[in-house]
Design a protein around this ligand. Structure first.
Ligand SMILES: Nc1nc2c(ncn2[C@@H]2O[C@H](COP(=O)(O)OP(=O)(O)OP(=O)(O)O)[C@@H](O)[C@H]2O)c(=O)[nH]1
Ligand SMILES: [Mg+2]
Length: 698
């Protein structure tokens, strides 16, 4: 593959809801362009950009992947992204690295949740977009319906540049509104070949209507053009294309194309339009960056003479290779083998074997120009979202705002002794995938992993086994229960041991009383007349603090109570700190069971956003989770439901919400307070805990 200059590059992300045909489209574009020699298929596991073992097995995309289509002396860097929301981090990364986006919408289903999500990402990045109505050959394909659904759910600024001839199994041609020609495909066409004919008579009326709409929409993006158009002047094709491109850059118009990637129908026209309409890296709106360690803002010039600045938007670790890093150059150029600098990590990295990627194949190149996308293996200290620059320039880009995890499960190794390997593996996986998080919770004695959905975490566990040889199983995260007291009591703790030589003697009397929620633990020294010598009083407190880690109800930490130390006795020879600490522990254990102890559980404040048709089901479900609805209010096109729900009843809530709202609901939760567990639930918790403590002992 030859090296392309900035003006000859187009970085295009292909995004859309799951299974809308993105991977098939990318494969077809690379094949029809001739860059890829085989027309692969998702079903057969041969698609260019679904090449990892996980993807071949499951037949859907998990990682973003690159392909190249060389067309009209231009290199299209095609970024295939996963559609499932569990992997939406990669869709966002793809949009981030691109200068233009193809939003794929299936002719059979129209706009779906995943389409709305990626649309949001595109809006956030302000990147020019076009639509591709895919699967036109499938049963129930309906072009008009999809066009309407885009207008209603995404943007009124969408405008068809092509219209299909036939739909579903009858789909066999595409009319181009610019060329005023119709392309008819022969059954069994290999690479999108067609016969060019005049617009068929029965399509003349539709053609005229859509052509007028297209011209009006384009003219509306430019005042002088509009004036001329209204004055009855003819707008030529080239001029219209130029205006369309300019309108796309301003986010004022979104052209729509159609086809069937598996049959390669519509792919040639799309390739040409990607070259013509997407901005080259030099034409996109400038990207801002910052000098490392200072507030100085810099506008990056997509120009070979500027300092090298690139952002890592994806890392994937491959068997026998290690980490493979995908980066997008925002300014400057880079040569194979060149040293670059990762300023925040103060690491020099050598770009050995600088490559471009086409699916799993990597081709070494001598250099890459400003704006291009490159791939390099075996960097030492560089991870996803890092900026690579030069030691002289030390520039950093704003980070890609990856989504926060919504679901947590616990993991534990199946084989004892593999804990270290587990934590190394989890660290590596987080560096690859910033939407995956993990932590060890010492209180619960559990490792928790967090991600964007159950499927996401399943894949992570699969990777742990495959890449790091750690076999782990997932489970329910434990709940950090607490205990508190509702009554007062007093009593003694006495530690006395007479062994051969010097004995042990400590004796104390305490009064225990509840405190308001959130007060913590208060210790009061009420000893008079030195019945316990000064130096032993802190030892009593220490004993109680140690003992309160295991409360009287079920061995959970006891909170919000006061202890008054008011009496005791000592022995001249046998008393020491250790003995008084033991006395404190014993006193706590003797007295607290008489203080009406109760179990507390964490209550979360949950905010759910749902389309209003699911509001009733969402609220019903929250109530069935012992939730208390606080209120509802409209929020944009959605309704926000606010509720207090015990954490114990929110296990895998993301999955439940997804199914209740057909994927359209989202939620956020934060800790609200500890509240008493109702008696029937408490009984269950206590029994489960007893079993757990016994197992831990065994
Ligand atoms: N009939 C028909 N089926 C297609 C076409 N393109 C793709 N498909 C099928 O649609 C399914 C999904 O295609 P993919 O290309 O994997 O879709 P995707 O958008 O990459 O899916 P995710 O990666 O899961 O988001 C596969 O079974 C394809 O074989 C097409 O043009 N016509
Ligand atoms: Mg895919």
């Amino acid at each position: 593959m030859r090296v392309y200059k900035t003006g000859e590059i187009r970085n295009v992300a292909v995004v859309g809801h799951g299974a809308c045909g993105k991977t098939s489209l990318v494969d077809a574009l690379a094949f029809v362009a001739g860059t890829s020699k085989r027309h692969g298929s998702v079903k057969d596991g041969t698609a260019l950009t679904d090449y990892t073992a996980d993807e071949i097995e499951r037949k859907y995309s998990i990682n973003l992947a690159l392909a190249v289509a060389e067309w009209l002396d231009t290199k299209l860097n095609l970024i295939d992204t996963p559609g499932y929301l569990d992997f939406t981090g990669d869709a966002l990364a793809g949009v981030w690295a691109a200068d233009g986006v193809v939003v794929v919408v299936p002719a059979t289903a129209g706009v779906e949740v995943g389409t709305e999500k990626v649309w949001e990402y595109c809006e956030g990045r302000g990147v020019p977009r076009m639509f591709f109505v895919s699967l036109m050959d499938k049963e129930h394909a309906d072009f008009e319906k999809v066009f309407t659904s885009i207008k209603e759910r995404l943007t009124p600024k969408v405008i068809p540049v092509e219209i299909p001839v036939g739909e579903g199994p009858e789909f066999h041609g595409i009319i181009n509104l610019f060329s005023k020609k119709c392309h008819l495909y022969k059954k069994g066409t290999k690479a999108g070949e067609y016969d060019e004919v005049d617009v068929p008579a029965e399509y003349q009326e539709r053609f005229a209507r859509y052509s007028q709409e297209l011209l009006e929409s384009i003219a509306a993006t430019d005042d002088t053009l509009l004036e001329r158009y209204l004055g009855g002047e003819e707008i030529g094709r080239d001029e219209a294309i130029r205006a369309l491109k300019a309108g796309m850059l301003k986010g004022e118009i979104y052209p729509l194309f159609c086809g069937a990637a598996e049959l390669t129908y519509g792919t040639r026209a799309l390739l040409s339009k990607l070259v013509e309409l997407c901005p080259s890296p030099a034409e996109r709106s400038p990207v801002e960056a910052q000098k490392w360690g200072s507030a100085e803002r810099i506008t990056l010039q997509p120009d070979d003479s500027a300092p090298f600045v690139a952002q890592v938007f994806k890392t994937i670790s491959e068997p026998h290779v290690g980490d493979v890093t995908f980066f997008r150059i925002y300014s400057g150029s880079v040569k194979n083998g060149q040293d670059v600098y990762n300023a925040p990590r103060q690491a020099v990295e050598k770009l050995n074997h600088l490559c471009v990627a086409v699916g799993k194949e990597r081709t070494e190149v001598a250099e890459l120009h400003a704006g291009d996308i490159g791939v390099v293996a075996k960097l030492r200290d560089t991870h996803t979202n890092d900026t690579l620059s030069t030691q002289a320039a030390q520039i950093v880009l704003a980070k890609i705002p990856f989504p926060e995890p919504v679901i947590a499960v616990s993991v534990e190794v199946k084989q004892r002794g593999e804990e270290d390997k587990l934590s190394t593996g989890l660290n590596k996986l987080h560096e690859e995938d910033p939407t995956f998080h993990h932590e060890y919770n010492a209180e619960l004695g559990q490792t928790l992993i967090r991600g964007l959905g159950e499927r996401h975490l399943e894949i992570v566990v699969g990777r742990l086994a495959r890449k790091f040889g750690v076999h782990a199983q997932i489970g329910k995260p434990k709940i950090a229960y607490r205990e508190t007291l509702r009554g007062k009591a007093e009593g003694q703790g006495k530690h006395k041991k007479q062994t051969g030589g010097r004995g042990q003697y400590g004796d104390c009397w305490i009064r225990v009383a509840p405190l308001p929620r959130g007060s913590g633990f208060v210790f009061e020294d009420k000893i008079v007349g030195g019945v316990i010598p000064r130096q032993y009083i802190p030892a009593v407190e220490k004993g109680i603090i140690e003992a309160m880690g295991r409360g009287p109800v079920a061995g959970y930490p006891l909170v919000d109570f006061k202890v008054e130390l008011y009496d005791g006795s000592y022995h001249d020879v046998d008393s020491n700190e250790m003995s008084f600490k033991m006395a404190g522990i014993l006193a706590f254990r003797n007295v607290t069971p008489s203080c009406k102890p109760v179990l507390l559980e964490p209550i979360m404040e949950v905010e759910v956003w749902t389309p209003d048709e699911y509001q009733g089901s969402v609220m019903g479900d929250l109530s069935s989770r012992r939730g208390q609805i606080l209120g509802t209010e409209p929020d944009g096109r959605l309704v926000k439901v606010k509720a207090l729900v015990p954490e114990a009843d929110l296990d895998r809530y993301a999955t439940a919400l997804h199914s209740i709202t057909h994927g359209r609901g989202t939620y956020r939760q934060k800790f609200h307070a500890y509240e008493q567990v109702p008696p029937e639930t408490a009984q269950r918790v206590i029994e489960a805990r007893k079993k757990e403590l016994e197992e831990a002992k065994a």
